[in-house]
Design a protein around this ligand. Sequence first.
Ligand code: NVA
Length: 311
Amino acid sequence: MTTLMNLQHYLADDQLSKVQILDLITLARDIKQQPENYSQALAGKSVAMIFEKPSLRTHVSFDLGINKLGGHALYLGQQNGKLGERERVSDYAKNLSCYTDTIVARVFSNESIEQLAHHASVPVINALCDLYHPCQALADFVTLAENFADLSQVKLAYVGDANNVSNSLMLMAATVGVDFTLVCPEGHGPAADMLMKAKTLAKNSGAMFNSISDINAIGQQDVIYTDTWVSMGDENPSQKAVILEKFASYQVNHQLMVATGASTVMHCQPAHLEEEITTELFDSDMSVVFQSAENRMWAQNAVLVTLLASN
Ligand code: NVA
């Protein structure tokens, strides 16, 4: 059992220390192994879940995960109007704080998450925004810890479009001390400030961090991670053919696994099979995508237990 550290919100990976992340991983694994010990952890507590975007894993894993902790989950889709349109985000936050003990939000803009956290009197969890997907990154690190005895020896590479998933992954890797290589086509790399954050964190932890566009320079890796080439909210049908052509040589496939020596492939899902990853590799023994999907629930439960113990 880990020491529950003080955590006010769960918004972005670079707001967490190495100790906090490692404690969350330990707690997630403990909840996974002994869920009965946590079956009343959220008894009498309720969690409001705001979803501006579609979701399968996030919605289901939060809802059923909260149920496993003895709490009540309330789904809020778009039936009350778009966040910030029918009423201000600040009023949304203040109203929900009257009834709930935690707010989970999947939003288009990071600004909405920041506003919710600023105005809510209860903890806020970022369930994906344009900049971060910290619940996914934590689940991925739980998965890495399950598959590799020593995280400090793991070489992790993300291949594809720099997005919310890669931002969270690289920041968490840099904080925890996992070697990370980011491989994105020219013009599809991370924003300069995000890159700077990752470099600074890696320098502090002593981890290697490398951002390149030449896929042939990827080097030896243990784990290859990929995600969709076009994220929710960025769809532009007229650009689809251009993207497919530009990203074609960044497809994660069997040849790339052989060339890098990687044993493990990861994807946050939903996967666009035969685009960023081949069906064969996604379905292969090297793939831990469903292990990570399950770990979403245990990781988020660790965040919920920690937040409610701290607040
Ligand atoms: N980068 C993807 C992740 C989906 C879970 C998106 O934002 O659409």
